[in-house]
Design a protein around this ligand. Sequence first.
Ligand code: FAD
Ligand code: SF4
Ligand code: SF4
Length: 402
Amino acid sequence: MLEISVKCIGCTKCVAVCPFGALSMSGKKAVVNMSACTLCGACVQICPVEAISIKRETASKDFSSYKGVWVFVELEDSEDLSAEGDIRKVSFELLSEGRKLADSLKEDLCAVVFAAKNKNYERILGEYGADKVYFCENEEFTVYNTDIYCAAFSALINKHKPSAVLFPATVKGRDLAPRIASALYVGLTADCTALSIRDGLLVQSRPAFGGNIMADILSPNSRPQMATVRPNVMKISQPKSGKIAILIREDIKIDKNMRRVKVLKRRMEKASSSLKIENANMIVSGGRGMKSKERFRLVEELASVLGAAVGASRAAVDMGFKEKSHQVGQSGVTVSPRLYMAFGISGAVQHLVGMKNSDIIVAVNKDPNAMIFTAAKYAFIGDAHQILPKLTEILKKGLKKD
Ligand code: FAD
Ligand code: SF4
Ligand code: SF4
């Protein structure tokens, strides 16, 4: 229920901001048409005198009208502020996982896209499992903006009532999801590493207490159930060629005045994406066992010969062997390369959680009981300082011959 109090000074800001035309002026006071209002909260934020409030009913346990698993489809940023980039890989990961959840619930999987132009999204996202694509088309969506995206997404949720919404735990997803959760007064579980359905509820699993236990979190008293998932945690399913999703165009009115931040210019980092651990096919990683920054170069040399990215444990980062952007694990980056090589890394649970989805794991450690060996396909008990230069030399020669 939305209420407008006597504090209203008739400034009309709320009327301009409402995406659903639910507000109008009656004399010098704002009035609301509750049959059009979706309780998105945009007017509450903009009112300069806090005259608008939303009173939410205490949780009703009848959520039968909430149906569908939604995935926020994140697009790449581009230097050109008038063009949005391609769909980010993590969106396909979430759709693949969302498909399994939707099948368990016998509900639809819906992709949500905010963009200025439809780039065949119904076909691309359909192949990755989406039954429907809610396409919100507006030039204002080209550059991500917290206020505009939050108001539009909240309005969409209130209109269609999904049972669960998944966001990528990226910079945008981590910004957007909590705002929406707060606007809608629902729960949110951040950085989930596994999702499943139990008794019709979304089981949101994530490491807790410093990664020492896995917690299963449920949101039985509110809808939608919302979760963020890090990139590279979920596997992408094989796309189904030719499957096309139903495209539903959503006409959401956007008031530019809602935008409190405007991006004037964007400069993209020119670093080769193949050497970023996030997208790398091969990663050679080192830990505290490398002993010093100088000796850590042995890890970098092997990576260079293989054309692999360089990873590091948190201990190696803390000791200054490598920059934080190379840290693999719970408080670093989650990776899933074809090949992950770990030298002098013990395999603490916080490290394993960030690389255990790699296709092939090779570990070198002088301790036969090191935890890293539980995840490794090839385990070498030995001194990394001796093995690394030899391996690099052999590969150098081998690769030259080829
Ligand atoms: P150590 O545990 O000290 O292991 C060094 C290993 O090197 C040992 O197994 C040893 O046998 C081996 N070794 C020594 N010398 C040699 C040699 N000459 N040849 C071969 N092997 C040798 N850690 C992460 O990595 N990533 C994270 O994101 C992360 N997040 C965390 C978040 C929280 C909330 C907490 C509490 C911890 C986190 N940690 C993280 C830290 C984690 O618990 C471990 O402390 C860390 O991973 C240990 O790094 P390491 O394996 O390099 O060092
Ligand atoms: Fe409009 Fe949202 Fe305010 Fe309702 S809560 S009147 S839909 S801006
Ligand atoms: Fe009244 Fe607030 Fe709306 Fe202005 S924004 S018209 S003060 S309710």
